[in-house]
Design a protein around this ligand. Structure first.
Ligand code: XBP
Ligand code: MG
Length: 250
């Protein structure tokens, strides 16, 4: 009996909104300035660093190649934690001021899915404070009523592309992987969903254009005309489940 779609699992950054270039990146640069550091991540450098998931981990990766970063690991860790806190506070301010918009169709789809009785979870590597700031701005203070589980960076030991956050969301929803559909924008996110066995719909974002995706994820990208739309996602999900059943039987 084919599995029907029971839940949407939402990535946040790059999927719900284009938060990176004009959101997190800007806030990181403000944090460097506030800390008196002459560091700056331009658009291209930030694109390279995005392959490291998690803001604190991204700071540590950048410091590893900086001659002016602290040399002792403990000092680098402390600086990364300090800068990350400054960054998240500035990101929240930027978001509250209306600096970021939802991607077209996303908010309507969240409401439509809820009205249709689907379960929904947030499945992200970003910090809980950033999710709170973004969703309160986009959906209002009662945004959490749309979701049955909110799984964030603080909730797992390993970040995407590790599947841990997907497994946690499925456990909280009480669903099997094939009953859900992951909505993602990036290779780390797509690989995390895949590794957890969750059918995947990958809508490329500014920093992760379709032509730059690894071949293993190319089949998860719908045509450019396919909108964030529940009927389209149900068909896509059914196709994913059927394809994995064929692969399992082969
Ligand atoms: C995107 C990320 C995050 C954000 C910053 O995750 O990699 O690290 O850039 O978030 P996703 P923090 O697409 O899974 O939401 O600074 O809070 O870590
Ligand atoms: Mg993402």
């Amino acid at each position: 009996m084919p599995q029907t779609l029971r839940a949407l699992l939402w990535d946040v950054d790059g999927t719900v909104a284009e938060t990176e270039r004009d959101g997190h990146r800007v806030a990181f640069n403000q944090a460097f300035e506030a800390a008196g550091l002459p560091w700056h991540w331009d658009v291209a450098r930030y694109g390279e660093l995005l392959h490291v998931t998690g803001g604190r981990e991204r700071l540590l990766a950048d410091m590893a190649g900086r001659p002016d970063a602290p040399t002792r690991e403990a000092d680098r860790e402390a600086l990364a934690a300090h800068l990350h806190g400054l960054k998240n506070a500035r990101y929240a301010r930027l978001v509250a001021a209306g600096g970021l918009q939802a991607r077209p169709g996303v908010l309507a789809l969240m409401r439509e899915a809820r009205a249709a009785g689907l379960r929904q979870a947030i499945v992200t590597t970003t910090s809980r404070s950033n999710v709170q700031a973004l969703f309160a701005r986009l959906l209002g203070e009662d945004w959490a009523a749309l979701f049955d589980a909110v799984c964030c960076g603080e909730d797992t030991r390993r970040k995407k592309p590790d599947p841990e956050v997907y497994r946690l969301a499925l456990e909280r929803l009480g669903l099997a992987p094939e009953q859900a559909l992951a909505l993602e924008d990036s290779p780390p996110g797509g690989l995390a969903a895949r590794a957890a066995g969750v059918p995947l719909w990958l809508r490329p974002s500014e920093y992760f254009p379709a032509e730059a995706l690894p071949a293993a994820l190319a089949a998860a990208v719908p045509g450019p005309a396919l909108p964030f739309d529940l009927a389209a996602l149900r068909v896509w999900h059914a196709g994913c489940v059927a394809a994995s059943a064929v692969a399992a039987a082969a």
